[in-house]
Design a binder for this molecule. Sequence first.
Ligand SMILES: NC(=O)c1ccc[n+]([C@@H]2O[C@H](COP(=O)([O-])OP(=O)(O)OC[C@H]3O[C@@H](n4cnc5c(N)ncnc54)[C@H](O)[C@@H]3O)[C@@H](O)[C@H]2O)c1
Length: 304
Amino acid sequence: MKAAVVGLGTMGPGLAATLARGGMEVRAFDVSADQREKAPGLMQQAMGVLGALSVPDKSGGKMPAVVQTLADCCKGADLVVETVPEKLDIKAAVFKEIDAAVGKNCVIASNTSGIPITKLQANVSNPGRVVGMHWSNPAHVIPMIEVIAGKDTSPDTVKWMCDTIKSLGLLPVVVRKDVPGFVENRILYALLRECVDLVEQDVIDAEGLDTCVSWGIGYKLSVIGPMALLDMAGLDIYQAVGSYLNKDLCNRADVAKYVTDRTQSGKLGMKTGGGIFSYTPEQVNELRMKRAKKLVAVRKALES
Ligand SMILES: NC(=O)c1ccc[n+]([C@@H]2O[C@H](COP(=O)([O-])OP(=O)(O)OC[C@H]3O[C@@H](n4cnc5c(N)ncnc54)[C@H](O)[C@@H]3O)[C@@H](O)[C@H]2O)c1
C-alpha cells in the first residue's frame, strides 16, 4: 500500500515511521524546508522506539521518503494522512491540494484533534473517502487511534480504515458521531478542567494532584477502562456518589485564570522553560527520554 503523510511537525514523523514499519511505502511532505530537513532524523528515532516496542518490522529497511512537493507526495497514494496545523483554513486549503493530486479511490484521512470531519469533506470531490484518523501523541508509541466518520463518510471507508489500522497492529476505535473533540479529547478536557480547578481552589498543590491522578486513577484506568470500572465498583455506588458529587464538580465554560494568567505572561510549559512547573533545557531532555522509556515499558506490560 502507498501512503502519504502531509505535515511533518510534532505528529508527522512518528506517524510516517509507524506506517512504514507496518509495510507501507510512505512519502512525506511539509511546506517548511526546515521540517523536511529535520524529519528523517525524527523518523529514525521513532523507528528506534518502535524497535524497542517489539513492533514487527515490515519495512524491509525502507524509511519514508521526504519529497519536495505535496503533489509528488500524494501521487498514486492509496491513503493520505493530513497532519498540518489545527486551523480550518489551512486544512481546507491542504485538502483541496490533496484532492487535486490523488485518484478518486484514495482515502484522505485527517489527524485533526477536533475540527469536524464534515467541514473538511466540503473541500474534496469524493467526500465518502474522507475520514478522521486521530492519533495520540507520541504517534509511534500510543496504539489507540480514533476513526471518525463525517456526515458523508461511507461505511466502507470506516471499515477500510479500521482494517488498515488493525493491519498495523494498532487499535482503532470508531467515533460514531462527529462531535467536537471526538471522544479522547472530550474526556481529557473534562479531567483537565477538574484538575486545574482543584489546584486553583487550593484543594491540593500541583505535585500532589499529579501523584493522585497518575498513581491512583491513571494507573488503574490503563488496565481497567472507565465502563469496566463502573461495573467493578458497582453502579449503585456510582449512583449514590454521583447524586451528590456531580453537582459539585467544576462545570465552567471558560478557561480558568490559573491557565490564562500563565499564557498571557508567556509561561507556556516545557517549551518556554516553565508553565505550572519550571524546567532547565537539560531537565526537558531528561524528562522526554525518561517518559519515552516508561511509556514503552508500560505498553509492553499492558500487551503482555
Ligand atoms: N501535537 C499533538 O499532541 C497532537 C495530537 C493528536 C493530534 N494532533 C493534530 O495533528 C495535527 C498536527 O499537529 P502537530 O502538533 O503535528 O502540529 P505542528 O504545528 O507541530 O506541525 C504541523 C506541520 O504542518 C506543516 N504545514 C503547514 N502548512 C502546510 C501545508 N500547506 N502543507 C504541508 N505542511 C504544512 C507545518 O510546517 C508544520 O511542520 C493537528 O491537526 C493537531 O490537532 C496533534
